[in-house]
Design a protein around this ligand. Structure first.
Ligand code: SAM
Length: 270
């Protein structure tokens, strides 16, 4: 089944052809600043679980900071991200704001950054590409499924969560930004992200995630709240995207949900 995984590029991408979503320290190259700097609080971002010896599927790996961090903690990671021919399930937006070419080029540069870091770190992680709502069955089953800051981008976030839960034997870790935290805790569902943003559809509230995971057989559910450093936001101008410095500590939640028993009796969504 090796063809399910992407092949390593023949030569490592050039730094000048990479973009970084998460800040990452690449051996021999140095710290590459990204939009988010998770380095100070990655333990909470990952729900403080023990990754040693775990086969992990990470949906939405971007440039791989989380993937390589879990590997460093002993996980055997399969990373997953959008296939080259796809874009985000983007809210419709005008091409003057962000053209299709800019959009695809941004994704390509982030994929390059994953491979650059992968080579420099001598990572054994593998990566496959597709869509979070259609995880290829050939990837098999996992001990732990990780879905961090991906649901907000999907038209069907619950479907993606259920798909991941169905192939996760022991635990699922879900982390999302909670920008609207504090005033909407009574809302159980999703909040339309009412901002001019070509990437984000919703804020998915934690109670909905917990309810879905409970239905999927995860009976031990722990939610924690933490903050992560948002360094730079992209502003799209006619000339392209520019980085605007923010340095905001953004509220997040992380849900760690565990099964008591193996889920062999559950029917996976098709
Ligand atoms: C906001 S970033 C989060 C990156 C990383 N998980 C983290 O927590 O830092 C969203 C990631 O999800 C990926 N993504 C967006 N839509 C996707 C989809 N439909 N299927 C798979 N990955 C997707 C993006 O390419 C990007 O790498």
């Amino acid at each position: 089944m090796s063809e399910i995984y992407a092949n390593r590029p023949a030569s490592s991408p050039l730094l000048s052809d990479c973009s970084f979503y998460q800040t990452i320290d690449i051996p021999g190259i140095g710290v590459q600043p990204g939009q988010w700097d998770l380095r100070g609080n990655v333990r909470n971002y990952l729900g403080d679980i023990d990754f040693a010896g775990q086969r992990v599927l990470e949906i939405g790996t971007a440039n791989g900071f989380v993937c390589f961090e879990m590997e460093r903690r002993g996980a055997d990671v399969v990373a997953f991200d959008l296939a080259e021919e796809l874009t985000y399930d983007a809210p419709p937006h005008s091409p003057e704001y962000l053209s299709q070419d800019q959009y695809r080029d941004g994704l390509r540069r982030i994929r390059n950054a994953w491979w650059l870091a992968h080579a420099a770190l001598n990572s054994r992680a593998r990566v496959a590409y597709g869509h979070a709502n259609r995880i290829p069955s050939a990837l098999g089953r996992f001990d732990v499924g990780v879905l961090a800051n991906v649901m907000q981008h999907l038209q069907d976030p619950i479907g993606a969560l259920m798909g991941l839960a169905a192939i996760s034997n022991n635990a699922v870790v879900v982390t999302e930004t909670d920008w609207m935290h504090g005033t909407n805790e009574d809302l159980v569902g999703m909040i339309y992200f009412d901002k001019d943003n070509p990437y984000v559809w919703y804020q998915v509230k934690p109670r909905l995630v917990e309810a879905v995971l409970l239905r999927m057989g995860f009976v031990d559910i722990v939610r924690s709240e933490h903050r992560q450093l948002f360094k730079v936001s992209a502003e799209h101008t006619e000339a392209g995207a520019i980085g605007v410095e923010t340095n905001v500590e953004v509220p997040h939640y992380t849900i760690v949900a565990r099964r008591k028993n193996r889920p062999d009796s559950l029917i996976a969504p098709s």
